[in-house]
Design a protein around this ligand. Structure first.
Ligand SMILES: [Zn+2]
Length: 268
């Protein structure tokens, strides 16, 4: 059984402010360790459930956060960004039995995490698809579905876990922190690691795992940029248009086209 893990940092236990997610800031070291420890816990749960191979995508900021020496030997690590439209789930293909998202966070326009954002905290106000603000979870659950792979486990802030449960209650979730404006409340990191390990094992052993996400037949996308100059420049993407000064509109019938467009719009 091959298992895919995508790891982010803004949804690890107790993370609260941007310096803790910033590789250039001294506060980052503690959370880099915690991100690694939570991924190791997920790997251990997967191995206990019978995983033979694990591919871990480091999906935060530079894509160079996880401490490779700490991962189990069965895990391979995909670091940095190639520009592939699958972004945070690059490397995922139909050979994987399931995908796990560890350390993920609420999307923009959700108050449940002080670090809530969608794709780019510096460039985007948010991404709306068919009238709803979407999180990275939703976007990359669609990417996984293009390969026929279900997302079966998500750990992150409580608001994200509630969103995930509303999409598909069969997806196992571990809420590691609860955001209240700029504050967070969390249990001890060791308690959360144990919960991640046991929930990953349980959901991978479960006879009724979550199914691949349903792909919408049509996607009406609005990307709201923080800077009107960025929106103007990026609205030249083929098929895109400027809806208002800060908003790029894009309609498609294929989720891959949405992911490809976002890959270009979030870059400089
Ligand atoms: Zn991140």
């Amino acid at each position: 059984m091959k298992i895919f893990i995508s790891a982010d940092i803004e949804g690890v236990t107790g993370i609260t402010d941007w310096p803790e997610a910033d590789p250039t800031h001294p506060d980052y070291a503690e959370f880099r360790e915690r991100m690694t420890a939570e991924v190791v816990a997920a790997c251990e749960g997967a191995l206990a459930a019978g995983a033979s191979e694990i591919l871990v995508k480091d999906a935060h900021w530079t894509g160079r956060n996880l401490l490779a020496e700490r991962l189990p030997r069965q895990a391979r690590l995909l670091r940095s960004w190639s520009g592939h439209p699958y972004g945070m789930v690059q490397g995922l293909d139909a050979s994987f039995a399931a995908a796990l998202f560890v350390g993920w966070h609420s999307g923009a326009w959700c108050g449940g995490n002080p670090l809530a954002h969608t794709l780019s905290s510096s460039r985007l106000m948010g991404v709306r698809v068919n009238g709803q603000w979407v999180s990275e979870f939703q976007l990359y659950a669609w990417a996984a579905a293009l390969e026929g792979v279900p997302v079966v486990f998500v750990s992150g802030d409580a608001a994200l876990c509630e969103t995930v449960q509303a999409v598909d209650a069969r997806i196992a979730t571990v809420a590691v922190s609860r955001g209240m404006g700029a504050a967070t409340l969390a249990e001890h990191p060791a308690v959360m690691r144990e919960r991640i390990r046991s929930e990953v094992e349980r959901c991978l052993r479960a006879p009724q795992r979550a199914a691949p996400a349903a792909l919408p037949p049509r996607l009406e996308v609005q990307v709201v940029c923080k800077d009107a100059r960025h929106a103007w420049r990026k609205a030249f993407y083929p098929g895109a248009r400027l809806v208002d000064a800060n908003t790029i509109g894009f309609d498609t019938e294929h989720s891959l086209e949405l992911l490809r467009m976002l890959q270009f719009i979030t870059r400089e």
